[in-house]
Design a protein around this ligand. Structure first.
Ligand code: G6P
Length: 551
């Protein structure tokens, strides 16, 4: 084992027992009293993390709580785990791989090559090549095969090869070259790529095919459809595919089998997980949109959090505390989900991005040594931008019977539009955290003249925990920091739970079963469905019938 990971359940540790006891005490009090009893509460609960300010004060904690959580983290060898990750040990045990997304932004501390790769040098080489391509495209020097400059870039990928580039490109729209339209196709639903064919012109469209494995059904199917579309109108140009396709992958052979020139391939490595790859060549679409300099600032934002993770004591370590708070609610309050509520239209896809990062990483039920967990692991992450969510699901956050901790992401400066609206946006976010924390009790309702019979319905229980993440403005650097904050929070949670946060075996079976079903759906004659369950047999038959195929 790379660091002292054992098959021991954290539940057996005295630190866990201490937290269980402490949680009972915290459940006896509430946020009103917690604020009243400690006038210096902000001193220990507000933390600067790179360009981000974290306000943890509206969580169901005392100073002592953080101390106890940090003790648990020590008992689970978190400091060793951090060093193990940043020095390239194979902490992804089930795939026997290092976990080096920090190296993409110079946040790792490697003393030599990892698995034969001179990581720092190779990362820089790929960045250099991405920069050259970006400059050539952004300056219209590199053009399509008929000599026209590119007006549309289409990123074809799925999961980590889509969510990151899409979320970031949308988030940093104000920093991008708006002359070129950016499109993202992930779903194998034929309408997704079909929409591209409708709105784009083959002569001025560049496809960026992104797939770590270059074996993903959705991506390859969409890429083949795109290649056919290009060849259908530009096929008499021998260099049509070469000029209109670039690839991002770890698999050079499959890329060249597809017909993409290795010159136009941008590599990365097995030790970069798909959901941790947005700052690798997978971010090529982002660089094409915002340019190389801003992409470097984006990387700098990640690096600031890596440095913070490495250098800050655990009890002041932002990503570690964020992760420990997730453990606190999940395991000691029995929460099942975590809301992430960005008060920024530009961060509309941030919750979706975080869903892969958090749920694919920590949706596990066995520990690294194969033993089964006897406690909750990864929560459901979800969210929508404020203020839209306020008018939809916040009712349940305020008065429902489920406790849902929420992260509020707020910004001081707008990126565009009427400046004064930012004040309203910010006021709304802040107000929600106050309402969730402190509620409104019967005495206050009475003072407002609310008749007694209406008070139960209008009572706001409060005591609902939130974390506020505040930054000046959603810049490339701030966004990089925000992502890295969650990356390391996820890592912290995984270490406490003793699970492998970097594999994703749970997604494989569905893929296998899908490929087994395709011939059943498409065969010319009636298929032999003898080996399938009754539900599958029925649904396949109905599908074939609806598609006019014999069954
Ligand atoms: O980049 P690719 O190899 O095409 O993989 C794309 C995605 O598909 C997989 O099923 C995994 O669940 C994801 O972690 C991954 O990001």
């Amino acid at each position: 084992m790379p660091y002292p990971v054992t098959g021991v359940s954290p539940k057996q540790l005295p630190e866990w027992a201490a937290l269980t006891q402490h949680a009972k005490e915290i459940k006896q009090t509430d946020l009103r009293r917690l604020f009243a009893e400690d006038t210096r509460r902000l001193n220990w609960s507000s933390i600067e993390v790179g360009p981000l300010h974290l306000d943890l004060s509206k969580n169901l904690i005392r100073k002592e709580t953080l101390g106890l959580l940090v003790e648990l983290a020590r008992a689970r060898f978190l400091p060793d785990a951090i060093v193990a990750m940043l020095t390239g040990e194979h902490i992804n045990v089930s795939e026997d791989r290092a976990v080096l997304h920090a190296a993409l932004r110079r946040g790792a501390t490697l003393s030599g090559p990892i698995d034969g790769v001179n990581v720092g040098q190779e990362v820089e080489d790929v960045l250099g090549r991405m920069e050259r391509l970006s400059r050539a495209i952004r300056s219209n020097e590199r053009r399509g095969c008929t000599g026209k400059p590119f007006s549309a870039i289409v990123n074809i990928g799925i999961g980590g090869s889509d969510l990151g580039p899409e979320m970031v490109t949308r988030a940093l729209y104000d920093f991008s070259d708006k002359g070129r339209r950016m499109h993202f196709v992930s779903n194998i639903d034929p309408t997704a790529i079909g929409d591209i064919f409708e709105v784009c012109d083959p002569e001025t469209t560049l496809f960026v095919v992104v797939s770590k494995t270059f074996g993903t059904l959705e991506t390859l199917t969409n890429a083949k459809a795109a290649r056919q579309w290009i060849l259908a109108s530009l096929g008499d140009h021998a260099d049509a595919v070469e000029k209109h396709f670039v690839a991002v992958s770890t698999n050079a052979k499959l890329v060249s089998d597809f017909g993409i020139d290795p010159e136009n391939m941008f590599g990365f490595w097995d030790f970069i997980g798909g959901r941790y790859s947005v700052d690798s060549a997978v971010g090529l679409a982002i660089m094409l949109a915002i340019g190389p300099e801003r992409f470097r600032s984006f990387l700098g934002g990640f690096a600031a959090i890596d440095a913070h993770l490495r250098e800050t004591p655990l009890d002041e370590n932002g990503p570690v505390l964020l992760g420990l708070l997730s453990v606190w609610y999940r395991n000691f309050f029995g929460t099942q989900s975590q809301a992430v509520l960005p008060y920024s239209e530009r961060l509309a896809r941030f919750p979706a991005y975080l869903q892969q990062l958090t749920m694919e990483s920590n949706g596990k039920s066995v520990r690294i040594d194969g033993s089964t967990v006897d406690y909750g692991t990864g929560a459901v992450y979800w969210g929508e931008p404020g203020t839209d969510g306020q008018h939809a699901f916040y009712q349940l956050l305020h008065q429902g019977t489920i406790l849902i901790p929420a992260d509020f992401v707020l910004f001081a400066e707008p990126l565009g539009g009427p400046d004064a609206q930012q004040d309203l946006l910010f006021a709304n976010g802040l107000a929600q955290t106050r309402a969730l924390a402190f509620g409104r009790n019967d005495a206050e309702l009475e003072a407002l003249g609310v008749p007694e019979y209406l008070r139960p319905a209008r009572r706001m229980p409060g005591n609902r925990p939130t974390t506020t993440i505040l930054a000046q403005r959603l810049t490339p650097e701030v966004l990089g920091s925000l992502i890295a904050l969650y990356e390391h929070s996820v890592f912290t949670q995984g270490v406490i739970w003793g699970i492998d946060s970097f594999d994703q075996w749970g997604v494989e079976l569905g893929k296998e079963l899908a490929s087994e079903l395709v011939p059943m759906l498409t065969s010319a004659g009636a298929p032999d469905l003898g080996a399938f369950d009754a539900s599958t047999v029925d649904l396949v038959s109905r599908y074939r019938h609806m598609r006019g195929r014999p069954s």
